[in-house]
Design a protein around this ligand. Structure first.
Ligand SMILES: Nc1nc2c(ncn2[C@@H]2O[C@H](COP(=O)(O)OP(=O)(O)OP(=O)(O)O)[C@@H](O)[C@H]2O)c(=O)[nH]1
Length: 355
């Protein structure tokens, strides 16, 4: 079973790679400033300055270029993040463990690894950081100079403030986008894809809300169940595409003949329902008759050829209705009486309790 479109996955990976690039470019420039302050104070050699220029300004561009050329950009981005950790380990050793910049660099490298891949990813990148730190320090003769001068502390401040704010901004945007996607999914879960009306789930929720409203306010409401007569014949004789068109035309009629506060839905196969809010049975009879006649007028030719009509059952809510199932059962019984009575008609259910 295919869960996601490969094009969507590719786009998602590229977005992830793009975010990593932004953070690396910013982190590269800010950490270059911090490292430069220590290198200047320690009188670093030319090759260290060359590595500094590469890591701070060329590597972000190179990493992006490599990532975009890679058949698996997200994987490449993860690989480059491991390199970032290794480079941070080297810089800590080259800075001779100068306390403030080393601690800030370590904290930021840790934060972005946790942000990208959680503690597990941090665990995968930490060995690279420790290994390069030990190897570079060994190559330099294990120099240690912990004191941080005021210029070094000042050069560390931009990294300390700007980088976490940038990471937090990205995390916040991602959180919002996930929340938006979840809301969209929630909405789609309640929509029937063929007709665009509410599906059974969405309708059940609307029915429960209307029943609760009636219990609270005693305001009238009517449940209208609509079944397409002889629908199977359209499918059998004209094909499912024609059948689908008939279902869409019923949905169009229901939406057009009801008010904004009413809730039309496709309840199942060829069964539809409308919750008529603030409507008494007398009013609902008028609406149902309007729906029945509008369908006769607007039905597709295939529906007319098979004598497709609408049988409609109505049930007004009253205090004897405790559950949505009871309400539905009454409307269903009325609708079946309409079928039994010869189809193409409207039947009200008998109410048990009168207000
Ligand atoms: N084209 C199409 N057909 C569907 C869909 N869902 C259910 N059906 C068909 O709808 C038909 C419903 O059958 P019935 O309600 O028993 O058929 P009917 O001819 O309307 O019978 P009466 O209601 O007694 O008049 C079945 O043939 C289902 O296969 C759908 O989404 N598209």
């Amino acid at each position: 079973m295919q869960l996601s479109d490969p094009a969507d996955v590719g786009e998602r990976e590229l977005r992830f790679a793009g975010r990593v690039h932004q953070v690396r470019t910013l982190g590269g420039a800010l950490s270059a400033l911090l490292v430069a302050s220590v290198l200047a104070a320690n009188g670093a050699s030319a090759w260290i300055w060359a590595f500094w220029a590469f890591n701070g300004f060329i590597w972000p561009l190179l990493a992006r270029w490599l990532m975009l050329r890679s058949p698996d950009p997200a994987h490449a981005a993860h690989r480059h993040l491991v390199f970032d950790s290794a480079a941070a380990g080297a810089w800590i050793a080259i800075m001779e463990f100068n306390l403030v910049p080393s601690a800030v660099l370590l904290a930021m490298v840790t934060t972005d690894k946790v942000a990208v891949g959680g503690w597990r990813f941090l665990g995968r990148t930490a060995p690279a950081l420790v290994a390069t730190c030990v190897l570079v320090s060994a190559a330099l003769g294990f120099p240690v100079r912990l004191e941080s001068s005021m210029p070094v502390v000042l050069a560390t401040l931009p990294f300390l403030f700007v980088y976490p704010v940038a990471l937090a901004t990205i995390a916040y945007r991602l959180g919002r986008s996930v929340a938006d996607k979840n809301r969209q999914l929630e909405r789609l879960n309640r929509i029937d894809v063929l007709t665009g009306l509410r599906n059974r789930r969405g309708w059940n929720e609307a029915m429960a809300a209307e029943l609760a409203r009636h219990a609270r306010t005693r305001r009238p409401a009517v449940l209208m169940l609509v079944d397409v007569d002889n629908f199977k014949a359209v499918n059998d004789n004209h094909g499912h595409v024609a059948g689908d068109e008939v279902l869409r035309s019923v949905a169009g009629v229901l939406a057009a003949c009801t008010r904004d506060i009413d809730t039309p839905a496709r309840y199942g196969g060829d069964e539809f329902g409308v919750l008529l809010a603030e409507t008494s049975l007398a009013g609902a009879l008028c609406v149902a008759e309007r729906v029945r006649l509008a369908f006769l007028d607007q039905r597709p030719d295939e529906a007319a050829a098979q004598d497709c009509t609408l049988s409609i059952g109505l049930s007004e809510v009253d205090l004897s209705v405790i559950t949505t199932d009871e309400w539905l059962t009454r409307a269903d019984a009325a609708m079946y009486r309409a079928k039994a009575g010869g189809r193409n008609r409207v039947e009200p259910a008998a109410a048990l309790v009168r207000r």
